[in-house]
Design a protein around this ligand. Structure first.
Ligand SMILES: Nc1nc2c(c(=O)[nH]1)N[C@H]1C(S)=C(S)[C@@H](COP(=O)(O)OP(=O)(O)OC[C@H]3O[C@@H](n4cnc5c(=O)[nH]c(N)nc54)[C@H](O)[C@@H]3O)O[C@H]1N2
Ligand SMILES: Nc1nc2c(c(=O)[nH]1)N[C@H]1C(S)=C(S)[C@@H](COP(=O)(O)OP(=O)(O)OC[C@H]3O[C@@H](n4cnc5c(=O)[nH]c(N)nc54)[C@H](O)[C@@H]3O)O[C@H]1N2
Ligand code: SF4
Ligand SMILES: [Mo]
Length: 698
């Protein structure tokens, strides 16, 4: 039977947001595939294919809920949408009347649709918009800002034209972005080399011609030795460096002691392999991509690891270059007008941010701030009281270390609201749960994507929600309408249809809503555009080996290397990562994906397992600072560094409302006591792998 209708939309099973085509039968989504007009060519990852199971799952918040018991007790009363939105709006009115608009904090998952969220916060008059990124890519973002003067997403990874791709702390074939996976696989088919630097052998490592299993926490030493070799052996692109690099002499002097022999002692990688690797890199220059990483909230020097990745790219002449890291184009770069921003409906609040970003920490990107520091403001009232927290598509109790400590920091909140499409620890702990429609049953605002060919794209509703859930715009515009009696400015955001929002956004762009019908996205250029770089937006106009901006904040960007602690006898360093079939913690209860992988296992080296009398498949108990986080199966293998204990993040759920996920596997973030205070002062990221655990046979 032919499908009734197809809808172009956008996947929402992870933060990549691939373009999709949804087929419908009997008014419901019946089949999802990658958008055939896009580089996905119809393909999708396993999680993307499990979207219909999410929509049909009833083990998710089915209607708005207002807490009646204690926080986290799981006692709720069901409310209508009218009642729940009135309740939240009334509480916000009371709190802002007493403590000012700045007492409201927001966090979300970042990404292309946040204009609406930022507009809501500005409309309220609060500067405290944050995203999740202190626990993800902030160190990469700040490294990019410190070397290139611009954010990490303003350069692309031109995998298809590369001759050598280096993945460091980046498992591209399992931590999936479908278009990137396809591009890397196509490049490998054409003879591009792949090198992987990891603490364990991942699927990506299995495709590599060079695999370097470094001692956990020593990547900075590895990179400094590569820089040493590129400089002392004159393997760098001298013309490029003369034109684009600032601080080369200081860098040369700094890496002088960082010989491959020195790095061998730190990393465990033989000196001659490091020397040979540097030579190989030079042979492919400038078509080299040394990936600066994605999830790098790991160590106290992760910022420097990412910085040195950008520096190596700079020495090899690949920044700003085809087949390397070319600059992406915004609509303006291709002579087009960008979307009209919702955030521009309101003036920027003059108030300082509660997290100190932009004033106490002038070097950091004030856009999404650092949410962990905003939690400190909740707990201390310094620099001012923060009393309401709207947690949107974000589960900090799973995404941040040490959930019990975080709950204590939140005790001073008068209102905690969670907007989510699945149950989460944060939703369970909230005062109000506003159930979001899944991405199949909601629309989103139009998004703009910079790239070699910039585009606008839109998520359309493929079906009506099966449960009593609402779209993000319906929730926020509904709150805005209710807040306009005390804050007339908010009327501007009280849209009553998504078309009105889309038409507002598309004003003067030369694109209309109807233009999305053909492919689901509208390209703003006919062909990829590689722009010649004249100057970088750094203080020196060049790629900065020593960052002018960070120096002003008294931070040394050529930081001396500190050797990471070795685990005490019987201990392991905790390490974590992703797996192809799950997204973070929120797909573990998805009926289809749960079937694929119901629990995580503890990867440990054969020699360490023998020491502890543990055999492959044994149940083990994992603890940190004497506190057990639960039991899981041991996966005993030669394919991991002996100092590390690795597990996939997102398991160890404890909520009774998730019958499939409950009690399966262990939660890595419960093994990081005091972890909220352990973060990289120069890069802003949490240092989630600066923690040690013990394991015993259960
Ligand atoms: N210990 C430890 N901590 C980590 C990590 C780790 O590996 N180990 N990983 C870190 C990383 S890389 C990140 S990005 C953060 C992630 O942590 P979070 O930012 O919290 O991300 P998610 O779990 O993807 O999503 C949070 C919630 O949003 C809800 N949601 C609502 N709408 C949508 C939607 O349209 N799409 C999706 N996908 N979810 C929606 C989901 O139901 C889920 O409950 O955690 C970080 N924290
Ligand atoms: N399937 C799937 N794909 C995803 C996601 C998902 O949840 N599931 N999440 C998305 C998100 S939010 C993010 S941030 C990205 C993350 O993308 P990645 O950062 O690529 O993913 P991870 O698996 O967290 O980590 C990559 C690798 O780092 C290794 N590693 C750990 N410690 C060290 C170390 O000290 N040195 C080195 N060199 N390597 C180390 C791990 O073993 C792992 O193989 O993935 C995105 N894509
Ligand atoms: S990578 Fe997979 S889950 Fe993520 S957006 Fe793409 S298809 Fe969806
Ligand atoms: Mo992430």
């Amino acid at each position: 039977m032919a499908a009734e209708e197809s809808v172009y939309s956008v996947c929402g099973m992870c933060s990549v947001r691939c373009p999709i085509l949804v087929e419908k039968r009997n008014g419901e989504a019946s089949w999802i595939m990658g958008n055939p007009h896009s580089p996905l060519k119809g393909g999708l990852c396993a999680r993307g294919a499990a979207g219909i199971a999410l929509e049909r799952d009833t083990e998710r918040p089915a209607t708005p809920l207002i807490r009646v018991g204690e926080r986290g007790e799981g006692k709720w009363r069901e409310a209508s949408w009218e009642e729940a939105l009135d309740y939240v709006a009334d509480r916000l009115k009371e709190i802002t009347a007493m403590h000012g608009a700045r007492s409201v904090l927001w966090s979300d998952r970042g990404g292309p649709f946040v204009d609406l969220h930022q507009a809501f916060m500005r409309g309220l008059g609060s500067p405290n918009y944050c995203n999740h990124d202190a626990s993800c890519a902030r160190n990469v973002q700040h490294a990019a800002l410190s070397v290139l003067g611009m954010g990490r997403k303003l350069v692309a990874y031109d995998f298809r034209n590369a001759k050598h791709i280096i993945l460091q702390t980046r498992n591209i074939l399992e931590a999936i972005n479908v278009a990137e996976c396809n591009a890397v696989m196509d490049a490998l088919d054409k003879g591009c080399k792949l090198s992987v630097i990891d603490i364990r052998s991942s699927v990506s490592a299995s495709k590599a011609s060079n695999f370097f299993m470094v001692r956990p926490g020593t990547d900075y030493a590895f990179n400094l030795a590569i820089i040493h070799e590129l400089i002392t052996k004159k393997l760098y692109q001298a013309d490029y460096v003369a034109k684009y690099v600032d601080g080369f002499d200081a860098l040369s002097a700094f890496v002088q002691p960082c010989t491959p022999e020195w790095a061998e002692k730190e990393t465990g990688i033989p000196a001659e392999r490091i020397t040979a690797f540097a030579q190989e890199l030079a042979e492919s220059a400038p078509n080299v991509i040394w990936h600066p990483g994605w999830m790098v909230a790991r160590y106290n020097d992760s910022f420097n690891v990412c910085r040195t990745a950008y520096i190596i790219n700079a020495l090899l002449g690949s920044v700003g270059v085809k087949g390397g890291l070319p600059l992406v184009n915004t609509p303006k770069d291709v002579g087009r007008k960008g979307l009209k921003k919702l955030v521009d409906l309101f003036p920027k609040p003059e108030e300082k941010r509660a997290d100190g970003v932009g004033w106490k920490h002038p070097q950091f990107d004030a856009g999404p701030g650092l949410v962990n520091l905003a939690y400190d403001a909740i707990a201390t009232g310094d620099p001012y009281p923060v009393k309401a927290y709207l947690c949107f598509r974000h589960d900090p109790l799973m995404a941040m270390p040490d959930p019990e400590a975080l709950k204590r920091k939140w005790e001073a909140l008068d209102l905690l609201v969670s907007v989510t499409f699945s149950w989460s620890d944060t939703a369970w702990h909230s005062d109000v749960v506003l159930p979001l429609s899944t991405y199949l049953s909601r629309e989103s605002i139009i998004a703009s994507k910079a790239g070699l060919k910039p585009q606008f794209f839109v998520r359309k509703r493929a079906m009506q929600p099966l449960l009593n859930t609402r779209a993000d715009w319906e929730i926020l515009c509904g709150l805005a309408a209710r807040l306009s009696d005390v804050n007339p400015e908010m009327k501007k955001l009280a849209f009553t249809s998504i078309e009105d929002i889309w038409n507002y956004q598309l004003q003067d762009t030369g694109v209309s809503v109807a233009d999305f019908a053909a492919k689901g996205f509208v390209e703003l250029a006919d062909a990829p555009l590689y722009r010649e770089v004249e100057a970088y937006p750094t203080p020196s106009g060049k790629l900065e080996m020593i960052s002018g901006k960070w120096s002003k904040a008294n931070i040394d960007t050529l930081k001396p290397y500190t050797s990471p602690a070795r685990p005490a006898p019987g201990e392991f360093r905790i390490a974590f990562g992703r797996v192809g079939v799950h997204t973070q913690g929120h797909t573990v209860n998805n009926p289809l994906l749960h079937e694929q992988m119901p629990e995580n296992v503890a990867w440990m080296h054969t020699s360490r397992a023998e020491e502890l009398g543990i055999a492959d498949g044994d149940m083990v108990e994992v603890a940190s600072a004497g506190k057990s986080a639960g039991r899981m199966k041991a996966f005993v293998t030669e394919c991991i560094h002996p100092e590390a204990l690795f597990m996939v993040h997102g398991f160890g759920h404890r909520l009774p409302v998730e019958s499939r996920a409950i009690g399966r596997g262990v939660a890595d973030h419960e093994l990081m006591p005091g972890g909220l205070e352990v973060w990289d002062r120069s890069g802003g990221g949490l240092s989630l792998q600066e923690h040690f655990v013990t394991v015993r046979k259960a």
